[in-house]
Design a protein around this ligand. Structure first.
Ligand code: AHG
Ligand code: MN
Ligand code: MN
Length: 334
């Protein structure tokens, strides 16, 4: 039973038993992500000091090389997972190929692969706006004891066993699901502990916020143009309000709490949109559905798309159920 002052560590232990394959491996994995998140959070918080302690490519006062934050976050998450010998493979938005992990004592014995967007919204770092980390977890489909293969990563989103994000915002939160609803934990930075602050997060069925980069309007498909006009029409609870941060994690987080829709459609220049199916859309889709929302490419459920490439992109419409269904209706009828 979740209670409000519960720590993430306590919550993980308490909920381990309800998980289908209860070996503790998934719990250890979430624990590692919690640890890496704290380290990355510490670094993200210092981003504004970059002119004081050194720029990318320079050496700081301790003689360490300064790294771009997305490279730093990528290395931190990958190293934490490798060092703790928890997963058999990792794919990252920042790496061309997946990483196969073979620990010396146990040959490829781990069952899970992780896919991550280590720093989402990285263009917002320089201007002190919230960024995030997104992660997604699958059971491998190739046999344990052998090196992981590309097909372990190219699984439909509906096969995810866990997904979540960290938001480095006005406060730092870790929000995740293992298929039993969505729970959010807020970091108390004074003592470095995450506390359950948002138990059982739910999208409202309807919302009043739409989030889309309207600067690309002329390049949008007609269905999306029509839907935007619908959002702006005076009728019922419309016009909706427009909010767009440009960090998927932050836009998603706000819409889940307040009720809304996030859209990154295909454009005339980018026929598959911008967002990555494996690192961004599938984990967010899993969270959205677990919170009572929906995620679609306009015509099909995101989590039913068979991936063909690690870095493949997909149009993304995600949020409150009725809003997503309305946008799909506009896409169908355009
Ligand atoms: P990333 O920083 O991982 O490359 O992701 C940025 C993504 C996403 O977070 C955001 O919603 C979107 O790009 C913003 O794109 P536009 O600037 O084209 O609106
Ligand atoms: Mn991203
Ligand atoms: Mn990124």
């Amino acid at each position: 039973m979740s209670q409000k002052n519960q720590t993430l560590g306590e919550f993980i232990i308490e909920n381990q038993a309800s998980f289908k394959y209860t070996t503790g491996e998934l719990s250890r994995l979430i624990n590692s992500i919690r640890l890496a998140a704290k380290v990355v959070n510490h670094e993200v918080n210092k981003a504004g000091l970059v002119d004081i302690i050194g720029k990318v490519g320079e050496t700081n006062i301790q003689g360490e090389d300064q790294q771009k934050l997305d490279v730093y976050a990528n290395n931190k998450f990958i190293q934490t997972l490798i060092n703790r010998n928890i997963v058999c493979g990792i794919a990252s938005e920042e790496e061309d190929n997946f990483v196969s992990i073979n620990s010396q004592d146990e040959n490829h014995q781990n069952k899970y692969v992780v896919l991550i967007d280590p720093l989402d919204g990285s263009s917002n770092i320089d201007v002190n706006v919230s960024v995030g980390t997104i992660f997604s977890v699958y059971r491998r489909i190739t046999p344990v004891g052998t090196p992981v293969q590309i097909e372990d990563f190219l699984q439909e989103g509906n096969k995810q066993v866990a997904a979540g994000y960290v938001i480095y915002g006005t406060s730092t939160m870790l929000v995740y699901t293992t298929g039993y609803g969505v729970n959010g934990f807020t970091l108390n930075p004074a003592i470095g502990t995450f506390y359950l602050s948002h138990p059982n997060m739910k999208y409202s069925e309807d919302g009043t916020i739409y989030s889309i980069n309207e600067g690309n309007y002329i390049h949008f498909p007609q269905g999306i143009k029509n839907y935007i006009k619908y959002c702006q029409m005076e009728e019922g609870d419309r016009p909706y309000t427009s909010r767009y941060i440009g960090s998927l994690v932050s836009d998603f987080h706000r819409n889940m709490i307040k009720g809304g829709i996030y859209i990154y459609p295909q454009t005339s220049q980018n026929p598959n949109g911008k967002l990555r199916l494996l690192y961004e859309c599938n984990p967010m889709a899993f969270l959205a559905e677990q919170a009572g929302g929906k995620a679609s490419n306009g015509f099909q459920r995101i989590m039913d798309i068979q991936p063909t490439q690690l870095h493949q992109r997909v149009p993304f419409i995600c949020g409150s159920k009725n809003m997503v269904e309305k946008a799909e209706e506009f896409m169908r009828n355009a």
